[in-house]
Design a protein around this ligand. Structure first.
Ligand code: UGA
Length: 449
């Protein structure tokens, strides 16, 4: 099928376009960002994402994708128009739909015959109805049939290519059976369940999923905090919880709180549009509040451990909001830096892919070229993301490089008992400081059992 993706160089748009191209469709990725279009035409990627370079090569080698900044070409040469423009958070927590509205108006002006218009961007419930009105109004007196479809995405950064190619399910919201037939044809080569529903329910699915994932993370972070206080071990707790089939093991890793451009934004948006619908959502407000507590607890701990922070060197490993991406939007690491920066301390940072951050933070920290340089003579090492190269660090070497052997491991990536035995003062998330884990690394307890 011929598909145009508006916002086709963005995260969701590009992966969707290239993924559909791999499934044999003819894709036009359209974007107003001429720099990114030029880069993609040179086979250069505007974003860092595992597996995307291979996908781009495959799609371009097969001649299945075309990049343009001409909306007219995109509209004229496609049967399906997918809109994947950004829907950022506006100041009051609402979703800013201005890019989407603008795209819909322009598409309506250019349409000359039937089109299926698919909303991929994450949008508040009811936006498909709004889209229908916008298209109708902007067609003016021309009678051109069209359908609006909701088709939310569930891509995780760092895993987005795999998520697109092997989804758990595809959700399609339609208000007309004919567009359901078209959408099923688009996805017919994906051998996964297709959930067909109305547009409002499809829009809501996305919020329900992100709210649930965020709730699990805040839940486990709260259990971790209690565990620290009562000297219980989060590893053992998790091991047991994960074996309960009703609970399962995913999205239960305690950490510095959820970050990134989606979970927080979507929860705020959900709370905002629910409030307009007269639903107050106390649970989701608490999930967001709990998330703030996480970074504050880490800061409190560091300050209390270092006592007099004057002249101390603090090292932060990891700047993106999680491993596998260079995205620093709403990154817990950046929130930590914002609160930690003080003229009295020196902060050194290292990240395998992020080599600069937003100002004014960028000029207030020193970027180290290597982990070794970052940890040399440091008084406190804070690990903020779970990059494999951090996990593989030789703790003994780190111990000898540091001036004061204090580690704050917000992702629980290091073998806890080994760190203790080397002489580190070591804080993970969900284990009382200095308390040896029951599930210890040499497996003594397991062997006894
Ligand atoms: C999230 C959802 O997982 C996707 O399904 C959704 O499509 C996407 O938002 C979106 O709305 O576009 P993403 O934000 O890329 O994806 O990343 P996640 O892997 O979900 O991680 C979000 C945050 O939660 C990260 O800061 C991560 O470190 C944290 N996290 C995740 C934990 O602290 N513990 C966990 O167990 C899992």
């Amino acid at each position: 099928m011929k598909v145009a993706i508006i916002g086709g160089t963005g995260y969701v748009g590009l992966i969707t376009g290239l993924g559909l191209a791999l499934h044999g469709h003819d894709i036009i990725c359209m974007d107003t960002d001429t720099r990114k279009i030029a880069a993609l035409n040179n086979r250069e990627l505007p974003i860092y994402e595992d597996g995307l370079a291979e996908l781009l090569k495959e799609a371009t080698d097969r001649n299945k994708v075309f990049f343009t900044n001409c909306l007219q070409t995109a509209v004229n040469k496609s049967e399906i128009i997918m809109i994947a423009v950004g829907t950022p958070e506006s100041t009051n927590g609402e979703t800013d739909l201005s890019h989407l509205i603008q795209a819909l108006k322009l598409v309506a002006n250019l349409m000359d015959s039937y089109r299926t218009i698919v909303i991929k961007s994450t949008v508040p419930v009811g936006t498909c109805d709004l889209a229908r009105t916008i298209i109708k109004d902007n067609l003016k007196n021309r009678f051109i049939p069209f359908d609006i479809v909701s088709n939310p995405e569930f891509l995780r950064e760092g895993n987005a290519v795999r998520d697109f190619l092997n989804p758990d399910r595809i959700v399609i919201g339609v208000d007309n059976p004919e567009s359901a037939v078209i959408m099923k044809e688009l996805y017919q080569t994906f051998k996964v369940p297709i959930v067909l529903t109305d547009t409002r329910s499809a829009e809501m699915v996305k919020y329900a999923c992100n709210a649930y994932l965020a709730t699990r993370i805040s839940f486990i972070n709260e259990i971790a905090e209690i565990s620290e206080k009562v000297n219980a071990d989060i590893h053992a707790i998790l091991e047991s919880m994960k074996l309960d089939k009703r609970i399962g093991g995913l999205y239960l890793n305690p950490g510095p709180g959820f970050g990134g451009p989606c979970l927080t934004k979507d929860l705020k948006s959900l709370i905002s549009f629910a409030s307009k619908a007269k639903a107050e959502l106390p649970l989701f407000k608490a999930v967001l509040e709990r998330n703030e507590v996480q970074i504050n607890n880490i800061i409190k701990f560091v300050i209390s451990e270092l006592k007099d922070i004057r002249g101390q060197k603090i090292t932060v490993l990891g700047l993106s909001f999680k491993a596998g991406t260079n995205d620093t939007r709403n990154s817990p690491a950046l929130h930590l830096l914002e609160k930690l920066i003080d003229p009295k301390i020196r902060i050194h940072v290292y990240d395998p892919v992020v080599k600069s951050i937003e100002e004014p933070l960028n000029s207030r920290v020193s970027f180290s070229k290597s982990i070794e340089e970052a940890v040399r003579n440091t008084d406190c090492l804070i690990v903020m993301t779970e990059w494999p190269e951090f996990k593989e660090l030789d703790l003994e070497t780190v111990y000898h490089l540091m001036r004061n052997p204090l580690i704050v491991d917000t992702r629980n990536i290091f073998p806890y008992n080994k760190a203790l035995s080397l002489g580190f003062r070591y804080k993970g998330i969900g284990i009382g400081i200095g308390i040896a884990c029951a599930d210890n690394s040499n497996g003594t307890l397991k062997n006894i059992i």
